[in-house]
Structure formats: C-alpha cells, structure tokens
Design a protein around this ligand. Structure first.
Ligand SMILES: NC(=O)c1ccc[n+]([C@@H]2O[C@H](COP(=O)([O-])OP(=O)(O)OC[C@H]3O[C@@H](n4cnc5c(N)ncnc54)[C@H](O)[C@@H]3O)[C@@H](O)[C@H]2O)c1
Length: 261
C-alpha cells in the first residue's frame, strides 16, 4: 500500500487505458499524482489531480510541470504514456500522417522529459518511464511509422539512462503487446473487425490472450518505485512473450484453438 509513499508522480496520457490504470496504481501505493491528458478522464480519482493538457504543446507542458513543482517542490516519477496508433503500409502513409504521429508519440515524451529533467538532476533523483510497445523492439508489418516512433522512444530512454544514471536518474521503457484498451478497439474500427483482429492478436501471442491495462500498470509501478533502483535503461516487455521469439508456424493460424485466458 505504500510503495510510492511521499512520492510525487506526473503522468502524461492518464485519462484512460494504460495511463488511467497506472494513475490508480500510483494513488493506491501512496503517491501524489498529477495526471495530464488532452481528454477528460474516464474516471475521476481521489488522490489524483487530473488536468487538461496537450502533451505536444511546449508551453502547456512547461506550465503544467512548473505548477506541480510550485505546489509540491518535487517530482519523483514521470510517466510518458501519450500515444496514438497508425496502421498503414509505409507506401500509403502521407507526409502529414508521418509528421503527425512523430509530433505526438515522440515529441510528447521529449517535452515531458525535458521539462522534468533539470529538476531531477538538481535533486539527484528521479524515475522516468516511457510507454513504447512491442513495436519498439521488433519489426511489425502493419504499422511501420508507429514502429519507428516506438523505437525512437527506446533510444531516447536508453540515452537518458546512460547520460544521467550517475545523477540518480533512471529512464526505462515499458513495451506492451496487445492490451485491451480504447486504442486497440478504436484501431479496429467495426465490431466485426475487432473480433477478427482480436483472434489474430491472440493467436500471435504465445500467452494466447491479449493483456489488460492493469497488467502494464503493475510493471510501471515497479519501475517507478525504489524496488527497481538499480534497473536503468531497460526495455520491459509486458506482452505474454510476443517479443521473445517466433512460435511454431501453426500457432499463427486463425484456426489455432484458443482458450487460455
Ligand atoms: N493498447 C495497446 O495494445 C498498446 C500496445 C502497445 C503500446 N501501447 C501504448 O500505450 C500507450 C497508452 O495507450 P492505450 O492503449 O492506453 O491507449 P489510449 O488511447 O486509451 O491512451 C492514450 C492516452 O493518450 C492521450 N493523448 C493523446 N494525445 C494526447 C495529447 N496530445 N496530449 C495529452 N494526452 C494525449 C489520450 O487522450 C489517451 O488518454 C500509448 O503510448 C500506446 O502507443 C498500447
């Protein structure tokens, strides 16, 4: 109940899905949480201050972080979780779509990290966690530009870890596989498509199921807490072994008998 006691955490992209589940875990473990998102939260939580902030807007991010510091004097944990998906072959992707997804997925993590880093360096303490993806560690055929943004985040976090570890700062990524959230469902637009695609996602996951948001949140909690104080620069898959390797071919078939849940 107190793995984050006395800690102040900032969560970008905390209004629903993995972000909201993490805000809940952080609050339950005693943190004071400031969650920022471009949309109203799906749920209002006691113990968390939930604000409307565009994580891609430099001024808004700067003012939000400054307001947290003015109120609490510290930020111990930063969770960069903002992201959008783009399921399109590279040849069909417009320049506008390319710029848009990089400006969101990579810029938001850059701005959030840049805003808290000087403070963390001064205090010689801080844990930064960024949500990458399976697509940040392995090539996937259906979403090449999303893949590229998620690899970029891994690079950014590793570099921060190497550069600032001696100053007490940790920077890690969580790399979810298919997690049942609005993003996953929204990407697969019609209910029929969702059923068909979910079957495919399940069949291509060694654990033979999709994950839940709280399962990612538990990993973020570990990286946020002092339990992981010598864990730095890592890429942590939460994906039912999807990134661990290829399965026997038959497992990828839509005829594969599912059932493990
Ligand atoms: N669901 C999955 O299968 C899956 C798999 C791998 C990685 N991820 C990553 O996990 C993260 C969370 O995804 P999710 O599945 O919970 O999706 P989600 O859409 O429920 O959550 C993303 C959150 O980011 C917020 N957001 C979007 N643009 C923003 C902006 N400009 N400023 C502030 N907030 C903004 C959204 O409003 C939303 O609350 C994303 O980075 C996503 O890429 C998800």
């Amino acid at each position: 109940m107190s793995r984050l006691r006395d800690k102040v955490a900032v969560v970008f992209g905390g209004a629903r899905g993995i972000g909201l589940a993490t805000v809940k875990e952080f609050v339950a473990e005693g943190a004071t949480v400031f969650a920022a998102d471009i949309r109203e939260p799906a749920e209002r939580l006691d113990g968390a201050e939930q604000s409307l902030v565009d994580a891609t807007a430099e001024k808004q991010v700067g003012e939000f972080v400054a307001a947290v510091l003015a109120k609490t004097g510290r930020i111990d944990v930063l969770f960069n979780n903002v992201g959008i998906h783009l399921a399109k072959p590279l040849a069909d992707t417009t320049l506008e779509e390319f710029d848009n997804i990089f400006a969101l997925n990579v810029r938001a993590a850059f701005l959030g990290t840049r805003a808290v880093l000087p403070h963390m360096i001064e205090r010689k303490s801080g844990s930064i966690i960024t949500t990458s993806s399976n697509g940040g560690v392995m090539g996937r055929p259906g979403d090449p530009v999303y893949n590229a943004t998620k690899h970029a985040l891994v690079g950014m976090m590793k570099s921060i870890a190497v550069a600032h570890a001696h100053q007490g700062i940790r920077a890690n990524t969580v790399n979810p596989g298919a997690i049942d959230t609005d993003m996953l469902r929204g990407t697969l637009s019609t209910p029929d498509e969702f059923e068909a695609k979910q079957h495919q996602l399940v069949a291509s996951t060694p654990a033979a199921r999709v994950g839940e948001a709280w399962e990612v949140a538990k990993a973020v909690l570990f990286l946020a807490s002092d339990e992981s104080r010598f864990v730095n620069g890592v890429v942590l898959p939460i994906d039912g072994a999807k990134a661990a390797g290829a399965m026997p071919g038959g497992r990828y078939s839509l005829d594969f008998e599912l059932g493990v849940r």
